[in-house]
Write a protein that binds this ligand. Structure first.
Ligand code: SAH
Length: 217
């Protein structure tokens, strides 16, 4: 089922309530909260799930994937520390919801998705809602996006069993990689490139994501 692309005052009201919940859970960055209050999450989901769109929960999307929980989207976006006009690479476009949040933060977004169905869907939906990423690619995010590197920030929205080396190599100095690392449960991890060869690492608690899959899995 497709959505009719309607965003009403009722949706806005539900969205404001969701933002309050996220703020209570600890998200402090006003720009992140403002971005979350603008993106019509229900239009990134199947219309059959529309009544649930403003619950703070993940939901199924096509190709056995999930739209991330809003709190998780806010948490990762806060960690990424997005500045206006920052060049951001997203691995795992999925529904396009996180992509839209990054664009509300005024980032220039490059995004990669390995499920063709989701790539095609998000490529249609995002521009219809006024969101125009710099580049959307169907492919394997493990290798990053060499041709557009380096990036101010890279965000991975699937659980990575290990940190893909190309992603570290494609960061600018001062840039951050926000990535959930682990097999069944992931630790939200931020790697900051402090010099050509040095990275600092910080960990921020447990999350659960669908797996970041290798090209041929
Ligand atoms: N940000 C998305 C999250 C979707 S779930 C949203 O909120 O809707 C994670 C996504 O990562 C899935 O769409 C999955 O297909 C994708 N993914 C998994 N492995 C990948 C890989 N190696 N390269 C690119 N995308 C990948």
């Amino acid at each position: 089922m497709t959505n009719s692309l309607k965003d009403t005052p009722r949706h806005q009201g539900l969205r404001n309530q969701l933002v309050q919940i996220i703020a209570k859970k600890g998200i402090k960055n006003e720009k992140v909260l403002k971005a979350m209050s603008k993106v019509p999450r229900h239009l990134f989901m199947d219309s059959a799930l529309e009544i649930h769109a403003y619950e703070d929960k993940p939901f199924p999307i096509a190709a056995d994937q999930t739209i991330s929980q809003p709190y998780t989207v806010a948490f990762q976006t806060e960690l990424l520390d997005v500045k206006p006009q920052a060049k951001i690479l997203e691995i795992g476009t999925g529904s396009g919801y996180q992509t839209a949040v990054l664009m509300e933060m005024e980032a220039l977004v490059y995004t990669v998705e390995r499920q063709n169905e989701l790539y095609k869907l998000s490529k249609l939906v995002l521009p219809k809602l006024g969101y125009k990423p710099r580049y959307m690619k169907f492919g394997d995010g493990y290798i990053g996006l060499e041709e557009y590197a380096p990036f101010d920030g890279i965000i991975v929205t699937a659980g990575a069993p290990l940190i893909p080396k190309p992603l570290l190599a494609q960061l600018k100095i001062g840039g951050k990689l926000v990535i959930p690392v682990g097999e069944n449960i992931q630790i939200m991890t931020v790697l900051e490139r402090v010099s050509e060869k040095e990275f600092t690492k910080k960990e921020y608690g447990e999350f659960r994501f669908v797996p970041l899959l290798k090209d041929k899995e």
